[in-house]
Unconditional design. Sequence first.
Length: 202
Amino acid sequence: MRTTEETRIKRGHITLMQHPSTALYSGVISSGKNEVIDGEKEGGKFTAYTDGINKVYCREYIAEYKSESKLRGLILHENLHVALKQIPRHRDLNHDHKMLNYAMDFVVNDIIKCTEGVTGVSKERLVELPDGALYHPMFHDWSVRKVYDYLKQRKEEIDQADKNGNDPQPCPQQNNASSNGEDKDETDIDQALRNMDKGTDD
C-alpha cells in the first residue's frame, strides 16, 4: 500500500523531534497546523510555505521526493522560518517580498547544511538540502538583514551591468567563499538573482 504524503510528513516530524541535532525544534514542529494540500487548490504546483505559524506542503511536490533525508530537510526548512520568527521580524522588508524570501531561505538553508547527524538502520543523513535550494557558504552565520542588503546591492549591480551590456564586476567576497563547483548544493548567486525577474528560483 502506498505511503501517503501526510504519513511521510508525520514520520519526518517524529524523526526530527527525536534526534539530538533537531530536538530543540520540537515545540515549533508540533505547533500550528501542518497541512498537505493539492497544488491545484493553490492555483498550481508549489513546494511548501509558512505564514509564520502554520506549515503547508504541496502533495504533488512531496510525492516526487525519493529521498526522506531531503524531505526532512524541507520540513526543517519551513520550521526554521517559524523558529527564527523570520516573517514577523522582517515585515518592514516585505515590500520586496521576493528579495526577502531569498534572504530568509539562504539563512535557514545554511543551518540545514550545517546540521549533522544520521538516522535509521541505513544511517542516512538526518537532513539534506532539497534540490534547487538557495545556499551559499558566504552567508554562513549571516543575519537575514545582512543577506538581504547584500542581495539587493548585488542585484542592482547586475541589473546596471546588464543594461550597459557588460558583465558585472566579480564580487571577491562571494568568489573567495565559493567551493568552485565542489559543493553540488552551492547556488550561483548572480544567476539566482537574474532568475528572480523570471519568477523562477532554479
